[in-house]
Design a protein around this ligand. Structure first.
Ligand code: C2E
Ligand code: MG
Ligand code: MG
Ligand code: MG
Length: 284
């Protein structure tokens, strides 16, 4: 009896494994197809200066709609792209497209903003990262000071000493560096001091309950104060309510990003917003 149960469990396990592997292989196949046939797009989410209410940047966020599988979230396919190495060509495409788009907006005469591009862990550690970025800037003619690279705190903290060397090289190129998902990656103050970064992006998990959870409020207060003393800018992620924004403003957080202002949107929609934004007078 026991043996038979074990046998069933084993069969069940193998079937599960096969289903999982098949699904994964299918996704990988579709991902390769998407790359070869240019099926990715970028959405842009405004980054806003809290005091003036003006758009000062845009985060580029990859989108993938597959004809067979439908829309697939980056949280599902970016990890697979990492595992398979497809992140290198995908990341190159994102960099190139975001830089070209930002240059095109500038060429219309709009006040220049920065475009923020997410750099995945494997991309950050790849040997030719600097060449890839130099190439994207050269191909598109975008000034490096209008490109911001978002690197997560945990990516930086994995082999922190090596990361600092890479960050310093990027810093010398003139691109901006921001630490994404800050607060989730366990970096010590002694490291933080040595990161040549411009901005900390306060993770949305701390912002969500900022008005009701005293612990989150205390963490965000401390992060903003610490950033100020280190001469680093702060941007809060995932701001969804006016209450959250008011609290962040009272802490003198510099910038915010979130559904309260706007969800990520197509380049065309973003451009309409950008033009409008610049003819309006600041609210404060
Ligand atoms: P992230 O870089 O931390 O991006 C922020 C995520 O929060 C985005 O999800 C954005 O749509 C979402 N978000 C923005 N405002 C709000 C809000 O007010 N409330 C809530 N609940 N969510 C908000 P998205 O686009 O699904 O991207 C998820 C993650 O996938 C990103 O996290 C980033 O790690 C990764 N990713 C996205 N695009 C790229 C890319 O082009 N390259 C790489 N390497 N990773 C990317
Ligand atoms: Mg990001
Ligand atoms: Mg983030
Ligand atoms: Mg995140």
């Amino acid at each position: 009896q026991a043996k038979q149960n074990g046998g069933d469990a084993h069969h069940f396990f193998v079937a599960e494994m096969n289903a999982h592997t098949t699904e994964r292989l299918e996704l990988e196949g579709r991902l390769r197809y998407a790359l070869a046939h240019q099926k990715f797009t970028l959405d842009y989410q405004p980054q806003v200066d809290i005091r003036s209410g003006r758009i000062i940047g845009a985060e580029a966020l990859i989108r993938w709609h597959d004809e067979q599988l439908g829309s697939i979230a980056p949280a599902r396919f970016i990890p697979l792209a990492e595992e398979t190495g497809l992140i290198m060509p995908i990341g190159e495409w994102v960099l190139h497209t975001a830089c070209a788009q930002n240059k095109a907006w500038q060429d219309t005469g709009c006040a220049p903003i920065s475009v923020a591009v997410n750099i995945s862990p494997r991309q950050f550690r790849q040997a030719n990262l600097l060449e890839t970025i130099t190439q994207a800037l050269a191909d598109t003619g975008l000034n490096p000071c209008f490109l911001e690279l978002e690197i997560t705190e945990s990516t930086i903290m994995h082999q922190a000493e090596k990361s600092i060397i890479t960050l310093e090289k990027l810093h010398k190129m003139g691109v901006r560096l921001s630490v994404d998902d800050f607060g989730t990656g366990y970096s010590s103050l002694s490291y933080l001091k040595r990161f040549p970064v411009h901005k900390l992006k306060i993770d949305q998990s701390f912002v969500r309950d900022i008005n009701v959870d005293p612990d989150d409020a205390a963490i965000v207060t401390a992060v903003i104060a610490m950033a100020r003393s280190l001469n680093v800018l702060t941007i809060a992620e995932g701001v969804e309510t006016g209450g959250q924004l008011a609290f962040l403003d009272s802490l003198e957080c510099g910038e915010y990003q979130g559904y309260y202002f706007a969800k990520p949107m197509s380049a065309d929609k973003f451009f309409a917003l950008l033009r409008n934004n610049q003819t309006e007078l600041p609210e404060l």
